[in-house]
Design a binder for this molecule. Structure first.
Ligand code: BGC
Length: 285
């Protein structure tokens, strides 16, 4: 028989021990991001601005995902301020520090300056120094290129002539030779019928209007054209609607996800600065 006083003492200790354990668990949980923060000096914030959603994640220099992959809807007719607001909302949710920023933008971009954005607010994007604005907000250097170009860097094998098409809100195209991005061509805006460009023909609006079956026929037709015109070695099809493809693809064509593509944000920082790869540094206040 254990003396009741000793039993009471043991019981009390057990309760105290449990309280301490619980406390330690919560303290550890609360502090976790802080210790993670200190360990990730070369991390890259990779952002993919799309016509339907803005996605973001933190990558390490090798392109591995270090945070969750988060997205928020792109506001309708998004202005530069709307996009900055969404980015400002998304980034704290990732919970990790970063040293550099990569941004894929759904339009023509030169030296970090946006020239066009067919699927965002009309007449609000020409000449916008988006890279500078993002860089100033976070106090970090930014590389901003076309969205399909950034996705392509995360996807291609780096051998021969490779093309990445993205079928989402718009029709994105990226051309690469031995892994090097060729100057960005807005193939989305080549006419394919008397009154339609590729964006009109295959974009999300067309999908909603004509339905899956006819959209698949259109995409098949476009692939046939690309085959004859470009003679690519490999073709990758990404973007939100890639999962809607119903026909059999040639052996050198495969579908990829937006999540694969966002890893291009790490590759972008491996590239030498040239023509379309431009670093924008924060301006001191
Ligand atoms: C734009 C391209 C972009 C594509 C996918 C098109 O409307 O012109 O620059 O890559 O959409 O977002």
């Amino acid at each position: 028989m254990i003396n009741p006083r000793i039993r009471h003492f043991i019981g009390l200790n057990f309760v105290i021990l449990n309280i301490i354990k619980k406390q330690a668990f919560f303290t550890k949980k609360k502090n976790m991001p802080v210790s993670q923060k200190n360990e990730n000096k070369d991390n890259i914030l990779s952002i993919d601005i799309g016509g339907t959603s803005v996605k973001a994640c933190i990558l390490n220099a090798k392109g591995d995902l270090c945070s969750e992959y988060k997205k928020l809807p792109t506001p309708k007719n998004a202005t530069p301020k709307d996009i900055l607001d969404v980015i400002n909302q998304l980034v704290p949710e990732l919970g990790l520090d970063f040293e550099k920023i990569s941004v894929g933008f759904p339009g023509y971009v030169k030296n970090g300056i946006v020239e066009t954005a067919a699927n965002l607010a009309k007449n609000k994007w020409s000449g916008v120094d988006l890279a500078q604005q993002i860089s100033n907000v976070f106090g970090k250097p930014v590389r901003l290129i076309n969205d399909a170009d950034q996705q392509a860097l995360g996807i291609v094998a780096g051998k021969g002539f490779e093309i990445v098409l993205t079928v989402g809100t718009g029709f994105g195209t990226a051309l690469l030779f031995d892994g090097d991005l060729l100057p960005h061509l807005e193939l989305a805006h080549l006419p394919i019928t008397k009154n339609k460009d590729y964006d009109d023909y295959l974009g999300a609006k067309a999908f909603a209007k004509i339905g899956k079956k006819e959209w698949n026929e259109r995409l098949k037709r476009v692939i046939e054209i690309y085959k004859v015109v470009f003679n690519y070695d490999s073709l990758y099809i990404g973007g939100g609607n890639a999962k809607e493809i119903e026909f059999e693809l040639d052996h050198n064509i495969r579908t990829v996800s937006n999540k694969d593509g966002i890893k291009g944000g790490a590759k972008l920082w491996d590239l030498e600065e040239k023509y379309h790869v431009h670093t924008t540094n924060p301006k001191k206040k």
